[in-house]
Design a protein around this ligand. Structure first.
Ligand code: CP
Length: 318
């Protein structure tokens, strides 16, 4: 039987979505159920709902993004919001304005929803304390990327019918990855068996306390895996050499057909993007029949619609 939240959908009791940490399993399942409905809406000719009609959503991205920013924009518009994308490269941040002053300035324009990506872990939490609208974390440094973990879970559940008791191997640069962190918390909350596979230089301290099995060898780590989730090497967060060379990294940790054959025959391949083809993944695997990478992008819009809709329930109506 498919795992879902109780019926009818429980309301989402949080004003902000700052991380997966702190969410209850039934709240996560409730968001996934909402997102399933949003997938159907997104596949119709008329994709418009009016749940955010009259509301203003600002997307404030201090770091580059293709998938997250565009899908939050599409999600907000599909729900009827007025969406403004704030371009940090042409904003007064370039003249030295602080994060808090920027947030206070935007807050004075009465947005209802603020979607924020920032390079510093914890920056989005700080900002949420300074504004009067709902805040969504679109990625804060290496800390959390909650909507990525939700869209990954949605993608998995739609294929496997469940999350509980699946074996999920998260491979690559775990140390610098907010995607890994949010996924580990979410997958554990829903009862998956979570493995991480990486050289020791790409594992964070404290990984053994995160409820995962740790592997350094792809053959061992992928044995019996239902899901193989590959991660990008995050050079922009590294200050020093974490891998001897790209060639050597690809040889030992790059997902090619041979390494994928260690996993279950029906194993599915995921990657949050952006991908570095030929570094962490072979293009033939990325584009192959077991890959869900494009579908993850579709689920991204649905999950962001679900999150915005759930938070909208807490917006004042007068
Ligand atoms: N997965 C992800 O966060 O992609 P973007 O950096 O393109 O938003």
């Amino acid at each position: 039987m498919r795992e879902t939240a109780s019926s009818p959908l429980p309301s989402f009791p949080h004003r902000h979505l700052l991380g997966i940490e702190g969410l209850q399993p039934h709240e996560i399942l409730g968001l996934l159920d909402r997102a399933d409905e949003a997938v159907e809406i997104s596949r119709q000719v008329n994709k418009k709902k009016s749940v955010l009609s009259g509301r203003t959503q600002i997307n404030l991205f201090f770091e580059a993004s293709t998938r997250t920013q565009s899908s939050f924009e599409i999600a907000g518009k599909r729900l009827g919001a007025d969406v403004m994308n704030m371009s940090v490269s042409t904003s007064s941040v370039k003249k030295g304005e602080t994060l808090i002053d920027t947030a206070a300035t935007l807050n004075a324009m009465h947005p209802d929803l603020l979607v924020v990506r920032h390079h510093a872990a914890g920056a989005v939490h700080l900002l949420a304390r300074k504004v009067s609208c709902s805040v969504v974390n679109a990625g804060d440094g290496p800390h959390e990327h909650p909507t990525q973990a939700l869209l990954d879970a949605l993608t998995i559940r739609r294929h496997k019918g469940k999350i509980a008791r699946l074996t999920v191997a998260i491979c690559g640069d775990i140390a610098h990855s907010r995607v890994a962190r949010s996924n580990i918390i979410l997958l554990n909350a829903l009862g998956a068996r979570v493995r991480v596979v990486a050289p020791s230089t790409l594992l964070p301290s404290g990984i053994h306390q995160m409820g995962v099995e740790v592997f350094h060898d792809m053959r061992e780590g992928l044995k019996g895996a239902d899901i193989v989730m590959m991660l990008r090497i995050q050079r922009e967060r590294m200050n020093g050499a974490f891998i001897p060379s790209v060639r050597e990294y690809y040889r030992y940790y790059g997902l090619d057909a041979e390494k994928l054959s260690y996993a279950n025959d029906d194993a599915l391949v995921m990657h949050p993007g952006p991908m570095n083809r030929g570094v962490e993944i072979d293009p033939a695997v990325a584009d192959g029949p077991q890959s869900l990478i494009r579908e993850q992008v579709e689920m991204g819009v649905a999950v962001r619609m679900a999150v915005l809709e759930a938070l909208a329930e807490h917006l004042p109506n007068k």
